[in-house]
Design a protein around this ligand. Structure first.
Ligand code: FES
Length: 193
C-alpha cells in the first residue's frame, strides 16, 4: 500500500531540488588569487626598520613590535648608538691623553702601572705572567677577572664585550683582553662569573 504522506514528501523535496537548480545565484564569484594583495597590505601595516629584508617582517610576524627607524620611541641617541656599535676605541687616545693607573694583581702579588690604552691582559703578560685567555676579542670569558673594588664599569672600559652581562660587570667581572683601566684597582685573574 502506498503511503500518501511519503509520496507528498517525495514530491515536495523533488520540487525544492528543481527550484534550487533553476534559481539564480547571488552573483558572487570566487576572487582571483589575492595572496599578493594580502602580502602588500600586511607590509604596509608594518613599520619599516633598519633590519635587512626580509628578516624584519618574518620574525614571528612581530614586525609591529620592531623599533621603527627614526621613530621617537626606542631610538638611541646618536652618541649612544655609536658607543653601542663600536665600543671604546683605545687607538683614538692620543699620546698626550695616555694616563697610567695602578693595577694590583692579587694572584701574582704585584702592582703594576697600566696605560689607559693597554689591555689589562697585555700589561700582565708583559710582566711574564701566564694569564688565561683564548679569543682575545671579548667573545669568550677565558680571560675574565674580578675587580675587587666594586662594579667593573667604575674601573675599566671594554673596547668590546660580547660575553659579560651587566650583572656580571656589576659584580666586578671584566674581560681582561679588552679591558682598559680608568682608575686604580685590584683584580683577581682567572675568575669567571
Ligand atoms: S680571551 Fe676571550 S674574551 Fe678575552
Amino acid at each position: 500500500m502506498v503511503d500518501p504522506l511519503g509520496v507528498a514528501l517525495g514530491v515536495a523535496l523533488t520540487a525544492i531540488a528543481v527550484a534550487l537548480h533553476y534559481t539564480k545565484g547571488t552573483g558572487w564569484e570566487a576572487p582571483d588569487d589575492i595572496s599578493q594583495e594580502v602580502l602588500e597590505r600586511r607590509a604596509a601595516a608594518v613599520p619599516e626598520t633598519d633590519f635587512p629584508e626580509p628578516m624584519n617582517r618574518s620574525i614571528g610576524g612581530g614586525g609591529a613590535a620592531a623599533i621603527p627607524a627614526g621613530g621617537a620611541e626606542g631610538e638611541l641617541e646618536e652618541g649612544e648608538a655609536e658607543e653601542e656599535e663600536e665600543g671604546f676605541d683605545p687607538s683614538a687616545i692620543s699620546d698626550d691623553e695616555v694616563e697610567y693607573y695602578e693595577v694590583e694583581f692579587v694572584n701574582e702579588g704585584e702592582t703594576i702601572e697600566v696605560a689607559n690604552n693597554e689591555p689589562i691582559l697585555d700589561a700582565g703578560e708583559d710582566e711574564g705572567w701566564d694569564l688565561p685567555y683564548a679569543c682575545r676579542q671579548g667573545q669568550c670569558v677565558s680571560c675574565a677577572g674580578q675587580i675587587q673594588d666594586g662594579p667593573a664599569e667604575d674601573y675599566i672600559r671594554h673596547s668590546q664585550n660580547e660575553s659579560l652581562f651587566e650583572d656580571d660587570m656589576e659584580d666586578g667581572y671584566c674581560l681582561t683582553c679588552v679591558a682598559y683601566p680608568v682608575d686604580d684597582f685590584t683584580i683577581k685573574t682567572g675568575e669567571q662569573p
